[in-house]
Design a protein around this ligand. Sequence first.
Ligand code: ADP
Ligand code: MG
Length: 260
Amino acid sequence: MTKPSVVKLEDVWVSYHETLALRAVDMQIEDGEFLGLIGPNGSGKTTLIKVILGLVKPDRGKVEVFGMPPDKLGARHHLIGYVPQRSQGDWSFPVSVLDVVLMGRYGRIGLFKRPSPADREIAINALEDVQMQDFARRQLAELSGGQQQRVLIARALATEPKLLLLDEPAAGVDAYGEERFYEMLKNLKEQQGLTIVVVTHDIAVVSAHVEKLACLNQTLYTHAPPAEVITAGTLEKVYGCEVELLAHGRIPHRVVGEHK
Ligand code: ADP
Ligand code: MG
């Protein structure tokens, strides 16, 4: 029996004025899937994530998240947890780690209500999930990039999501940190029954951890287990030569083609 789809896109097109960002995207993400979304700069990855969130409305096509258009999810919108691309936020203003995580509760409690003890407990638990509980009272701006990223994940977890969307969460994290980061995501997925979509540039590292890889370059080239994607030559089609630099020999059976 096939698992139910958490996300279903049918013939989705998006353009910003003259720029075509997504073209005829068909995609289904299964319940419990751990998906890596890769593609070169400007290939529409962030746009696709925003379409799933309901923040960008397609010119054409159908979007369903948990069986409904995302902008119709209403009170169920908290089922989607979102960690935006870091370049999109300014985290230099003074705010404590715990307050950032509590922001994840505002969708549930209303912006002008005070968080209850239960909200605080959920926020603390979310910090424990990413091993940042000891930093609750610290200022976010004082933390390293990798630590800030974990706090933003805790904020997303505090909404109690079933689907977690992470837009280039490992950018700026070193390779060792990245390995541990994916281990952490895998544990969260298993413990909380999450479906996870992680946008990344690092094909080699992500391939070793996710169950499926999707290659995007305006349209979706493939969506399959990493080993299949890599042998199918899809990466070359999407990335051209770039992939040779990104594959550090950790992908099994990969034959490096000649540079043209
Ligand atoms: P990626 O995340 O893969 O780098 P994006 O989804 O951010 O790609 O962008 C896809 C394309 O859409 C790019 O050509 C980008 O310049 C363009 N684009 C993205 N956001 C906007 C916007 N708000 N206004 C105009 N063009 C945009
Ligand atoms: Mg992006």
